[in-house]
Design a protein around this ligand. Structure first.
Ligand code: ATP
Length: 305
């Protein structure tokens, strides 16, 4: 079983009579990309603030990095967070913003800042001042700032909110790279369902302050049969390629569609293999309509998610 990096027991935050977070038990495994899903006002930000040591719980316990208690200095040095908009100096470059934070942490390692800029895809931002950055660039710099000090856990609150599809893809790739390259554990909240489906390994669904379900990606896939949907003219021509690549759990659903129920993260590779075999693909996507329906059913019907 994977090592648990962070666990909460009965975590609660009460504002007056209102419980914004109500006895939440989260379990975040080392190396996970944990998606915390809920509608607006569900209690996500409040939870993340408590986990990151930015707000104190009214009730409940937390075990972070195998230790109970509230050593805030340790928590803050081991958790990097981006909660709400990143605080950037608009007249400075990405490099200069990072330099200030590094100085604050006493970090003077040569190449340290360049390395972070590379990780978050801002190596070429050069002399551009951050006030001229796109929202996506700002978010990525925010992630970069959270990386200073090499935290073990990165906490990101709605990092793709307001981003265009390209910005979303860049943030998503950055998160994936952090996990693959730095073995980082990432806790990421969102109310948008589809965009991050590709990379999440675990899910927690929160509603009205209550954690309704926690599950792994595989469990979720089983529950809502998440799949790669390939649209093409001759499905039968693609089957030998799927077999060759070791896909076993797929289905030809009609004259133009194949549904693949496994290895969803490999949709790009699959697309390339089909193209290489000169099988034209008209569309390939991971359907998360059912994930959305699943979420809506669980949280009481359609609404603005
Ligand atoms: P959003 O996506 O809209 O930020 P969220 O899931 O992050 O939603 P929270 O911001 O955690 O939700 O808010 C949960 C509930 O707690 C909301 O009803 C909110 O109004 C309330 N709340 C949050 N902060 C405070 C506060 N400082 N004082 C009083 N109520 C608060």
């Amino acid at each position: 079983m994977s090592e648990i990096l962070l666990q909460t027991h009965g975590l609660t935050k009460q504002y007056g009579r209102h419980k914004a977070v109500d006895h939440v038990d989260l379990h975040i495994k080392k190396g996970a990309i944990y998606r915390f899903i809920g509608r607006n006002g569900a209690g996500k930000t409040t939870c993340l603030r408590m986990i990151s040591g930015l707000a104190s719980p009214t009730e409940g316990e937390m075990s972070r990095f195998g230790r109970q208690g509230k050593d805030l200095r340790e928590v803050r040095s081991r958790i990097g967070c981006l909660i709400e908009a990143p605080g950037l100096y608009g007249n400075m470059t990405a490099y200069e913003n990072l330099k200030i934070k590094c100085r604050f942490f006493g970090i003077r390692t040569p190449g340290y800042i360049e390395d972070i800029l590379d990780t978050v895809g801002l190596k070429d931002a050069g002399k551009k001042r951050t006030k001229h950055f796109s929202l996506g660039m700002k978010q990525r710099l925010g992630i970069g700032l959270a990386l200073v000090g090499e935290p073990d856990l990165l906490v990101l609150d709605e990092p793709i909110n307001g981003l265009d599809p390209q910005g979303i893809a860049q943030v998503r790739d950055t998160i994936q790279a952090l996990r693959d390259g730095r073995n980082m554990t990432v806790l990421i909240s969102s109310h948008i369902l589809e965009e991050l489906s590709k990379i999440a390994t675990d899910y927690g669904i929160i509603h009205n302050g209550v954690l309704l379900q926690e599950m792994t990606r595989e469990e979720l896939m089983k529950r809502c049969s998440e799949r790669i949907e390939i649209t093409l003219d001759r499905p039968e021509a693609a089957l030998p390629i799927l077999d060759e690549m070791g896909f076993a759990n797929y289905q030809v659903t009609d004259r133009h569609h194949i549904h693949v129920f496994e290895r969803l993260e490999e949709s790009d590779v699959l697309n390339m293999a089909l193209a290489k075999a000169e099988i034209p693909v008209r569309g390939i996507s991971i359907t998360s309509q059912e994930l959305e329906n699943y979420f809506l059913n669980l949280t009481g019907g359609a609404s603005h998610v």
